[in-house]
Structure formats: structure tokens, C-alpha cells
Design a protein. Structure first.
Length: 168
């Protein structure tokens, strides 16, 4: 009488292994999405902080006789501190990689120095709908504004027109 040898196959089947791999891939994709959103929120927080630094600089150099003329001169002369902030925003991926500093009547060529507005597009943008921007101005406002694509309201108080940064 010959003995039959039975092999005891232990382990996972191919289907079980494939199922585990698919589940791991799905979980990994969720983690990547969450991390990307967190990264954009962090960038936006740094961008907002940078613009608030610009607002602090403007208030520091404010003069009751000349208004924000020194801040205007700093902008024109590419002042070191302003350039550092510009580079930080560029590194954070602020949309357009730049911020804009406007004073009243910039477009007409006559500059008024008693008001200013600074804004930048944020890194975290919606797929559809208005663009998200962060804006600070001489009235002390610092907030996120949404402007329609193609329309630029350079104004932190869009419901109070006209205003110094209302350039279109």
C-alpha cells in the first residue's frame, strides 16, 4: 500500500492579495488628497501672515502729513523687507507668485498716499467659481475675498464703492 502525499497549501490566494493591494491603494489616495489640502491651507496661512506683515510695515511708516508715502516709496524702491515678503509668497505658490500694492489713482497717474490696498491670490483655489484672494488695506481690513474669474476688484471693501483700490 502506497501512501499518498497530501500537500497542505497555506497562504493567500492571488485574489486575496489583489484585494489587499487595491484597498491599500485606495487608502493611500485618500491620504494624498488630505495631505495636499493641508499643504495648501498651510501655504495660504503663510501668505496671509506675510500680507499682514506688509500691513504692519505700512502702519509703522505712516505719517499724518504724508500718509503712506514712505510705504509707496518702499514699494517703488524694491525695499529689502518687501522683497523678502514677495519671495516668501512666491515660494508658497501664491497664485501669480506675486502680490499687488495699489494706491489711489495709480491708473490715472496721480498717486494719493492716504490709502493703500494689498492683495494676492491664494494657493487654494476652487475648481469653479470665484477666485480666492487675501486682501489687506489702510482701513485695517484683512480678509479673504472672492472675485469672479476675469474680474478683479482690487478692494478689501467691495460693498463700499468707490474706494482707493477699486481698479478694474
Amino acid at each position: 500500500m502506497t501512501k499518498k502525499k497530501y500537500f497542505n497549501h497555506s497562504g493567500f490566494t492571488l485574489i486575496e492579495l489583489m484585494l489587499v493591494i487595491v484597498i491599500i491603494v485606495i487608502l493611500a489616495s485618500f491620504v494624498v488628497i488630505v495631505i495636499d489640502n493641508a499643504r495648501k491651507k498651510t501655504r495660504d496661512a503663510i501668505i496671509m501672515s506675510s500680507l499682514e506683515q506688509l500691513q504692519a510695515i505700512a502702519e509703522t511708516v505712516y505719517n499724518p502729513n504724508d500718509g503712506y508715502k514712505e510705504f509707496y516709496n518702499m514699494r517703488e524702491a524694491n525695499h529689502q523687507k518687501i522683497e523678502e515678503i514677495r519671495e516668501k509668497i512666491k515660494d508658497m505658490g501664491g497664485a501669480g507668485f506675486n502680490f499687488e500694492i495699489k494706491f489711489p489713482d495709480d491708473i490715472s497717474g496721480v498717486v494719493g498716499f492716504y490709502e493703500y490696498c494689498v492683495w494676492v491670490k491664494l494657493a487654494q483655489q476652487p475648481k469653479d467659481g470665484p477666485a480666492r484672494n487675501f486682501c489687506v488695506d489702510s482701513s485695517g481690513i484683512a480678509k479673504v475675498l472672492e472675485w469672479e474669474h476675469g474680474v478683479t476688484e482690487y478692494n478689501c471693501r467691495v460693498d463700499e464703492l468707490p474706494y482707493n483700490c477699486d481698479y478694474r
